[in-house]
Design a protein around this ligand. Structure first.
Ligand code: NDP
Length: 387
């Protein structure tokens, strides 16, 4: 099987690399990364990739030097990422972080490949476009988020008409029990420490605000086509149940597993076959207790905002995501406080909600990118007022 991995040097990328390294039936076409060129080159050598691509032109020289003598091609820049996505492959992992992951994944669909989709921002910003492109080219999108992989697995062989609701779980992040007053003071160091999962910095902070769960609600709507009122979320601090599907006969099918992304990645890699995966097996007696609580939309407004976005649809997802990315940049830079991130996203959506383009159907990548840019500019201007 020919595979390419976009975002190979990240958290999902490393887990994918781990699984690919264990197989002997893989031909690696392209691996891409950002600034971590030393790791990218080591991965490319390890998997004998045809090409390694850094997203940053200024990193080209370092990548070329790190690959010297290997026979592996080096490339750099946005255009090179797109070209890598166009190289024939059977299975392509989309694990770049942020809206930058959209275009390569979109291009990969045009060659009819299976797109293993970890990049949440793709479905949030351009869900209808991506699903249409996949159908047009007979390509398949397999979800790699643990929650969506869980829903996908619980739905296997079921009649979609018999589904009443979907429940995706949230760990609640490091601030699950914090009061609003405490949240006002939350620091970067506290926000980037997740109780259960080891992930990249940005998604870890998104888990603390519950923006990560907000993205997942929108993804659930876009990928499976459920109505917003069919999609629920519940806080489940142990992160053992990833999602549940409720059917019209009252049955709830739950998907359980240890918090290890290699399950969802491995499932997508071998689908429709279930492969033997190197993940821990659950000892239910030792776990003893699984608990659940309702999420608090006052302390975590991201969930309420996600519901607004699901109702508006159109380009609201692109605006929501772009404002969220700006808010995150500002928080990481120390210019916004923790709760100001949600305030900034809400104000950006409010300001752009009178814009007719917001509700226009998502029909072209260029329009999504234009909305993304417009929302980023607006969010940056608004952030200055909040700082
Ligand atoms: P990381 O931050 O760990 O890794 C991101 C990857 O993208 C790295 O390879 C990085 O390169 C590369 N990258 C960063 N910026 C750019 C850019 N502008 N252009 C091209 N490449 C870039 O992220 P994660 O692995 O945690 O997450 C990746 C995606 O998967 C996100 O969308 C996230 O929401 C989603 N996801 C993650 C999960 C997890 O458990 N981590 C679970 C489910 C979904 P470099 O590091 O070399 O600079």
């Amino acid at each position: 099987m020919r595979v390419s991995v976009f975002g190979a040097t990240g958290s999902i990328g490393e887990s994918t690399f781990d699984l690919l390294s264990r197989r002997d039936d893989i031909e690696t076409v392209a691996l891409t990364g950002g600034r971590n060129v030393a790791r990218l080159a080591a991965q490319a050598r390890g998997l004998r990739a045809s090409v390694a691509v850094t997203a940053h032109e200024e990193c080209y020289r370092a990548l070329k030097e790190a690959l010297a003598g290997s026979g592996i091609e080096a490339a750099a820049g946005t255009r090179a990422l797109i070209e890598a996505a166009e190289r024939p492959a059977d299975w392509i992992m989309s694990a770049i972080v942020g809206a930058a992951g959209l275009a390569p994944g979109f291009r990969a669909l045009a060659q009819g490949a299976t797109l293993a989709l970890a990049n949440k921002e793709s479905l949030v910003t351009a869900g209808p476009l991506l699903m249409r492109e996949a159908a047009r080219h007979n390509a398949r999108i397999l979800p790699v988020d643990s929650e969506h992989s869980a829903v996908f697995q619980a739905l296997a062989g079921e009649d979609m008409a018999a589904v009443e609701r979907v429940i995706i779980t949230a760990s609640g992040g490091p601030f699950r029990d914090w009061s609003l007053a405490q949240l006002e003071q939350a620091t970067l160091a506290q926000a980037q420490t997740h109780p259960n999962w080891s992930m990249g910095q940005r998604i870890t902070i998104d888990s603390a605000t519950l923006f990560n769960k907000a993205l997942e609600l929108i993804e659930t709507r876009e990928y499976f086509g459920f109505a917003p009122d069919q999609i629920e979320t519940v806080v489940h601090p142990q992160s053992i149940i990833h999602a549940l599907v409720g059917f019209r006969d009252g049955a709830l099918m739950a998907h359980l597993g240890p918090p290890d992304m290699r399950h969802a990645i491995g499932y997508a890699l071998s689908w429709p076959v279930r492969a033997n995966l190197p993940v821990a097996r659950l000892d239910l007696a030792q776990l003893a207790q699984l608990s659940f609580e309702a999420p608090d939309p006052v302390r975590f407004p991201a969930l309420r905002l996600a519901r607004e976005v699901m109702e508006i649809r159109g380009h609201a997802g692109a605006v929501f995501n772009a404002a969220k990315e700006v808010a995150l940049d500002e928080f990481i830079a120390g210019r916004l406080r923790f709760l100001d991130m949600a305030r900034l996203v809400e104000r950006t959506i409010d300001q752009l909600s009178s814009d007719s383009c917001l509700t226009d159907p998502v029909e072209a990548l260029e329009t999504v990118e234009a909305m993304d840019q417009m929302a980023r500019e607006r969010a940056r201007a608004l952030a200055a007022g909040l700082a």
